[in-house]
Design a protein around this ligand. Structure first.
Ligand code: CP
Length: 364
């Protein structure tokens, strides 16, 4: 497979195979070795889990690691706009930055959150798009404006590990938060559960709907997998849930307008997952969150510290899922690359791809 931008782009059988391999690795299977090859990690945004789990996965696979952090004292500011007159803060264009890094590593992983000012621009995911186009090696999305596929893959494997039935009721619930957070995690959580074939409910206040095209994609994935997707602002939709997955996100209706967005969020301060929410779910229900999470804001201590909470297993499974993903990318496993997926990508003439077959920045 040639990198990973969005989990929903993979055939369901490929996701199932990656999740199964992740659980085999968790159970003690030996990772493949790729000694002499290299992984690049490029962070334009903060991270704890993603950084640590990719570093550890590189060690398990015998990969050399090139890790770069953008910002003060880090890499140069990178321009993504085509034809830009670069007389501002950015010293380097993604055309050169991606192509150069692609000469040093065999697979490149990039994290770049949205700027939170212009929705259309953010939804183009310009940094990920630039690296995918110009790196000349497979690129893995470590969380962009739109998607967090590594989290979604780990969450899929966690659901499998816990024996959560494919058709079980999965409630993705919005929660209040002091900041307007990006949509990548809820987008990927929704489409993951839909692709897994679950009975998915998006529980959110009016005004906090997810993007229409993401909802449509989730419904299409669910239709193919035998699942369903509905939305509700009624707390009663938690009744009978097998999984309550909490996440906050900003209102798209007020994108880029922090004051208006904060005003829209204000009335929903009580949207915090506590024991009264869990009491509506099945007695064996699970609480999930991608972390980091604000205790007693998004979720009450009594829930995150309870037997229902699987947040630490979710985080551990990031390591196993990404180890499985890197194995697949570096060994050329998975689906052959379609002409559509390579359209517009500019390959390095000097170093062919090894696998030809194949105002929100303060997240959390
Ligand atoms: N869930 C997740 O991606 O965590 P980090 O932002 O800490 O990497």
């Amino acid at each position: 497979m040639n990198g990973l931008y969005h989990l929903g782009e993979l055939p369901t059988a490929a996701v199932e195979a990656l999740a199964a391999r992740a659980l085999a690795l968790r159970a003690g299977a030996q990772p493949q070795r790729f000694d002499g090859r290299a992984l690049g990690l490029l962070f334009f945004s903060p991270s704890l889990r993603t950084q640590a789990s990719f570093q550890r996965a590189a060690g398990l696979l015998g990969l050399d690691l090139v890790q770069l952090q953008a910002g003060a004292g880090g890499v140069w500011g990178i321009e993504t706009e085509e034809g830009a007159v670069m007389d501002g803060a950015n010293a380097e264009h993604v055309r050169e930055a991606a192509a150069v890094l692609g000469r040093f590593v065999d697979v490149l992983a990039v994290r770049a959150f949205p700027k939170g000012q212009n929705r259309a621009e953010d939804e183009r995911d310009p940094m990920l798009a630039g690296f995918r186009r110009f790196a000349g090696v497979p690129v893995i999305n470590m969380e962009s404006s739109r998607w967090h596929p590594c989290q979604a893959l780990a969450d899929w494997s966690t659901l499998d590990m816990l024996g959560v039935h494919k058709r079980a009721k999965f409630v993705l619930t919005w929660a209040w938060h002091p900041k307007a957070l990006p949509q990548a995690v809820p987008n990927s959580t929704l489409t993951m559960a839909a692709q897994r074939g679950m009975e998915v409910v998006v529980h959110r206040p009016r005004g906090f709907e997810l993007a229409q095209d993401v909802m449509e994609e989730a419904r299409a994935l669910a239709a193919r997998s035998g699942g369903s997707v509905v939305e509700s602002d009624d707390r009663g939709c938690l009744d009978g849930a097998q999984v309550i997955y909490a996440k906050s996100w900003g209102s798209l209706a007020h994108y880029g307008d922090a004051a208006a967005e904060a005003g829209a969020r204000g009335p929903f301060r009580s949207w915090c997952v506590d024991s009264t929410w869990m009491a509506r779910a099945r007695p064996d229900a699970r609480f999930m969150h991608c972390l980091p999470v604000r205790r007693n804001v998004v979720v009450a201590d009594e829930v995150i510290d309870s037997q229902a909470s699987v947040v630490i297993d979710q985080a551990e499974n990031r390591l196993h899922a990404q180890t499985a993903l890197l194995e697949a990318v570096l060994s050329g496993a998975g689906r052959p690359e379609s002409p559509a997926s390579t359209a517009g990508r500019e390959k390095s003439p000097g170093r062919p791809i090894r696998d030809p077959s194949s105002a929100m920045e303060m997240k959390r």
